[in-house]
Design a protein around this ligand. Structure first.
Ligand code: NAD
Ligand code: UDP
Length: 310
């Protein structure tokens, strides 16, 4: 198959490129490197089945070859980046999705949107099921990211209804692993980098807020299964193991054998208090079963950053 992956030089995108190349497919990676890196895709460049296009997907892209799948992962998902570039974040999420749906329509390709648990906002139900409509502040500092993904979902279903595009939507919950950027700003990479440098770990708020962390290898299996299944409604993908941010900090300090202490900072606006995916749909429809525990996944991620930081 010919598979176009936007955001393919990012964290999750680069793992998808690798998986589909290993399975014998051809991959076209589209990225503008705003938060991704060439380093993430360097190993694929000699492969004749891999093509890298440097392009901002918020502007139209004309692809000459036939495509079987369009996987839209380009987005500004790093909190550091979306707080400093809110307009580009909205453009990637909205115009980028619009352009990718146009490509999928023209090529009669199957389209997948990488949506997010952020569409549930600061959720009023726990754990979050796909039927929940969410609790999002439409004008807060996170809204550029959250609302761009909610708009992206709306666009995706509009293309399904009006143009019959064959769509898939996955709502991804906090995923981590090798190929994250050290300065990304997300909690797992922040804590690991801080611990490896024996710097204080920066907890926002009291650290009682919870997240459920999925190792990237489990996630990409779920994405491949989603493409193979005949199910077009949104589907949660993540690992339901739920931890407080303080528990995560303590675990990272222990696994890195760090001398770091913990420092507390102000909680960012609209920071969700609790998050855990209800993955019964993914289990039943896809046979999705996350296998990597937080300790196992952190050990692999710590090894990656240890090497990267030298
Ligand atoms: P990432 O920042 O590592 O990857 C995003 C990639 O998209 C980067 O390579 C970036 O350069 C590229 N990009 C951004 N805007 C672009 C544009 N306009 N044109 C072309 N390329 C552009 O982040 P990630 O964690 O790998 O996220 C990948 C996708 O998964 C995103 O859509 C994100 O919203 C979604 N997601 C991730 C998580 C997670 O926990 N990692 C959770 C929910 C959803
Ligand atoms: N967080 C933290 N310290 C950091 C980075 C993040 O305490 O250095 C907190 C953040 O406030 C949130 C949680 O960790 O409550 C997860 O943050 P992240 O940005 O990784 O993901 P999201 O909030 O989008 O789930």
């Amino acid at each position: 198959m010919n598979i176009l992956i936007t955001g393919g030089a990012g964290f999750i995108g680069s793992h998808l490129c690798k998986m589909f190349l290993t399975r014998g497919h051809s991959v076209i990676c589209v990225d503008n490197f705003i938060t991704g890196s060439r380093e993430n895709v360097k190993e694929f460049l000699p492969n004749r089945r891999f093509k890298l296009i440097e392009h901002d997907i918020a502007t139209a892209l004309y692809v000459t070859q036939g495509l079987d799948w369009v996987l839209h992962f380009a987005s500004i998902a790093s909190p550091n980046a979306y707080l400093s570039e809110p307009i580009k974040t909205l453009k990637s999420g909205l115009l980028g999705t619009y352009n990718c749906l146009g490509i999928a329509k023209a090529k009669k390709a199957k389209f997948l949107l990488a949506s997010t648990s952020e569409i549930y906002g600061d959720p009023c139900i726990h754990p979050q099921t796909e039927e929940y409509w969410g609790n999002v502040n439409p004008i807060g500092t996170r809204s550029c990211y959250d609302e761009s993904k909610r708009g992206a979902e709306a666009l995706t279903y509009a293309y399904q209804r009006q143009h019959g595009v064959n769509i898939r939507v996955v709502r991804i919950f906090n995923t981590y692993g090798p190929n994250m950027q050290a300065d990304d700003g997300r909690v797992v990479s922040n804590f690991i980098v801080q611990a490896l440098q024996n710097q204080p770990l920066t907890i926002y708020g009291k650290g009682n807020q919870t997240r459920s962390f999925c190792y990237v290898d489990d996630l990409i299996q779920g994405i491949a299964k989603t493409m193979g299944a005949d199910y077009t409604l949104p589907i949660n993908l993540g690992n339901p193991g739920e931890f407080t941010v303080r528990e995560l900090a303590q675990l990272v300090i222990r696994l890195t054998k760090s001398r770091s202490t913990i420092q507390f900072f102000e909680l960012p606006q609209d920071d969700p208090k609790r998050r855990r995916p209800d993955i019964r749909k993914a289990k039943k429809i896809l046979g999705f079963k996350p296998r990597v525990t937080l300790t196992q996944g952190l050990k692999k991620t710590i090894a990656y950053f240890r090497k990267k930081l030298g």
